[in-house]
Design a binder for this molecule. Structure first.
Ligand SMILES: C[S@@+](CC[C@H](N)C(=O)[O-])C[C@H]1O[C@@H](n2cnc3c(N)ncnc32)[C@H](O)[C@@H]1O
Length: 228
């Protein structure tokens, strides 16, 4: 059955954080923010929100404005753009619900595989290779029916469009709702072929991925990666 998102519960939004989000330089429209906030509000009282690509924290602060007090917000960002840093982002967000992890999804596999996110935003490397890798790693740690938001699903970013369309065509992601360049998907299948190099394997990922390290992560990180 298709999941639908409830209307925004304005009474549950922190207006101060929302106003601060609006003043942060970034790429999220207010319509996109509203959709992301509805996704977070749909995830219950103790949601875990994972954001891949925060820049100066605009989308992150919108997410925080809709986040229940008991929720957790996990940021992964390689900080490859000029003029921003983990320290600045920490000061901007200044919220105990937030943890910031510098690096890529591959570098931060241990963080990802132990957080079991209810809602994820992917807004980092917009190349086909980059977003496909982020999607594969994120889907491996997101429960069935968890929500994945992808930003910049537009003709300006053919790599993003192609990657999400490919996963939708195989029934891995199903569309929930979109606005402007933000699309929300529900995870419907978690096939191991997303990350497992053995072609004969057609099982799904285990519920808990914290004990496994995908081959692509092990090879990229080298001997420092924990063995399953
Ligand atoms: C488009 S910006 C994110 C915008 C942000 N969501 C907002 O609302 O303003 C992309 C961010 O992803 C980071 N980034 C780029 N490539 C990355 C990668 N491979 N892994 C993690 N972060 C990456 C950049 O440092 C930048 O902060």
């Amino acid at each position: 059955m298709l999941r639908t998102l409830p209307a925004l519960d304005h009474a549950a939004v922190d207006n101060d954080l929302y106003a601060r989000a609006c003043s942060i330089e970034g790429y999220f429209t207010e319509a996109e923010a509203s959709l992301l906030m509805r996704a977070i509000q749909s995830a219950g009282h103790v949601p875990t929100y994972l954001e891949i690509g925060s820049f100066r924290g605009r989308s992150t602060m919108f997410a925080l404005s809709a986040m229940p007090r008991e929720g957790a917000l996990v940021v992964v960002d390689a900080f490859v753009y000029g003029g921003h840093s983990p320290a600045e982002l920490k000061v901007t967000l200044a919220d105990p619900r937030v943890s910031i992890h510098k690096g890529t999804t591959v570098d931060n596999w241990t963080v990802l595989s132990s957080c079991r996110p209810d809602v994820v935003l992917i807004d980092a490397d917009h190349s086909f290779a980059g977003v496909a890798l982020d999607l594969a790693l994120v889907i491996a740690v997101t429960p069935i029916d968890g929500l994945i938001a992808t930003h910049d699903v537009s003709d300006r970013f053919p790599g993003v469009k192609l990657a999400v369309d490919a996963l939708a065509s195989r029934g891995v992601l199903v569309p929930v709702e979109g606005v402007d360049d933000l699309m929300i998907w529900a995870v419907r299948r978690r096939p191991r072929w997303l990350l497992d190099p053995s072609p004969e394997i057609d099982w799904d990922f285990p519920h808990d991925m914290s004990a496994s390290v995908p081959t692509i992560v092990r090879l990229a990180v080298g001997d420092d990666a924990p063995t399953p």
